[in-house]
Design a protein around this ligand. Structure first.
Ligand SMILES: Cc1cc2nc3c(=O)[nH]c(=O)nc-3n(C[C@H](O)[C@H](O)[C@H](O)COP(=O)(O)O)c2cc1C
Length: 364
């Protein structure tokens, strides 16, 4: 079966199938925020949830508790104030250690444990974790059974289609998952050796959906409501999982949800809403990470927001990024947002640069 090229002219009939469940947790819709290390921190999860994500998954956490005292792990494991269900993703290659990590995270409040078998990163794969595990189906089964046995909360799994083009063993792994008691399976439509290159394929996801009765979450290159609808129709999956499509565009969740329910596009956010969301996101980053680190992390998010701002041309985006990256304080970054939306997009890059100084005081 060859996946036809994506064409936006697809069915606009509302999706009337029952919404997916993960154990006792009924999802409110079919749109899930994918786990992304360095992106899906608590501020971003909160924002995506507020803008319509039916479920959000945190950044992967190492299964080695000896590393949990580090600042990085502590921040990744911080779910304070988050509404449920809290989905915590663990990564590692040792069944016993993963089971213990799952148990400890459940004790700390995780309501869903997600196991990472999708990450292609060297740091993870050198330790035979992430997607490297897909090569060893016996180890996959051992890990899944150990983790499911260790906790009372539902356990989910995230995989790629396989290790390489010749070994797309996603269907076999999905069956192992079902047999082990995994409650939902997210599948990224690329094998490990593709990393993030090329286009995601949905045939393997469709084959997995047909082979098991678990809820299946289709992942890979879903970046619009129409694409979400196409992927759900093509694969029969129960939900889409959106990663990079949400960077700088957290509105995508409500837009996809609306399109799936009504078959029509929701209006894009207006400038007032965009300004409020950007402002709120920056403030949340400054609060969560502290000013020094928050200001740095805000730079990449602002870059993504600018990349998706259709009011600007490439030169304008570049100039605005350069201005923003030169700002050193939380106050300056917040003022930048005020200035950005105060001006006409054609003149904004020049005017914002003139108005800003690195510490946020008024230059003019
Ligand atoms: C910056 C970044 C970090 C990621 N971190 C994780 C992670 O921690 N755990 C995981 O399972 N997948 C991770 N992924 C993979 C995504 O969850 C997702 O499978 C992949 O990006 C494909 O979906 P997309 O095309 O919607 O982005 C990451 C991807 C990116 C781009």
């Amino acid at each position: 079966m060859i996946c036809p090229p994506f064409e936006p002219s697809i069915s606009t009939m509302p999706d009337s199938r029952p919404l997916p469940r993960i154990g006792a947790h009924a999802l409110p819709n079919r749109v899930i925020l994918a786990p992304m290390a360095g992106v899906t921190d608590r501020p971003f999860r909160a924002l995506c949830r507020r803008l319509g994500a039916g479920l959000v998954v945190g950044e992967m956490v190492t299964s080695d508790p000896n590393l949990w005292h580090t600042r990085k792990s502590r921040l990744r494991m911080d779910h304070r104030g988050e509404p449920g269900p809290r989905a915590v993703q663990i990564a590692g290659g040792d069944a016993e250690m993963l089971a213990e990590a799952a148990r400890l995270n459940a004790e700390m409040g995780a309501e869903i444990i997600d196991i990472n078998m999708g990450c292609p990163a060297k740091k993870v794969c050198n330790k035979a974790a992430g997607s490297a595990l897909l090569r060893d189906e016996a180890l996959v089964a051992e890990i899944l059974e150990s983790v499911v046995a260790a906790v009372d909360v539902p356990v989910t799994l995230k995989i790629r289609t396989g290790w390489c083009a010749d070994s797309n063993n996603g269907v076999r792994v999905a069956k192992l998952a079902e047999d082990a008691g995994i409650q939902a399976l997210a599948v990224h439509g690329r094998h490990r050796q593709q990393r993030y290159g090329g286009e995601a394929e949905y045939d393997t996801i469709a084959a997995i959906k047909a082979a098991v009765s678990l809820p299946i979450f289709a992942n890979g290159d879903v970046d619009s409501p129409e694409k979400a609808r196409h992927v759900l129709d093509y694969t029969g999956a129960d939900a889409v999982m959106v990663g990079r499509g949400a960077q700088g565009n957290p509105w995508i969740f409500r837009e996809i949800d609306h399109y799936l329910r009504h078959g029509q596009r929701l209006a894009a956010p207006d400038d007032a809403e965009r300004a409020a969301v950007l402002h709120g996101h920056l403030v949340a980053l400054h609060d969560f990470y502290g000013e020094h680190m928050g200001v740095r992390i805000a730079r990449k998010h602002l870059g993504w927001y600018l990349a998706g701002d259709v009011r600007l041309d490439d030169d304008g985006r570049r100039a605005l990024r350069a201005t923003f990256n030169g700002l050193d304080s939380a106050a300056a970054q917040c003022r930048f947002i005020d200035e950005l939306f105060r001006h006409d997009p054609v003149t904004a890059p020049h005017r914002v640069a003139r108005a800003m100084t690195p510490d946020g005081t008024c230059a003019a």
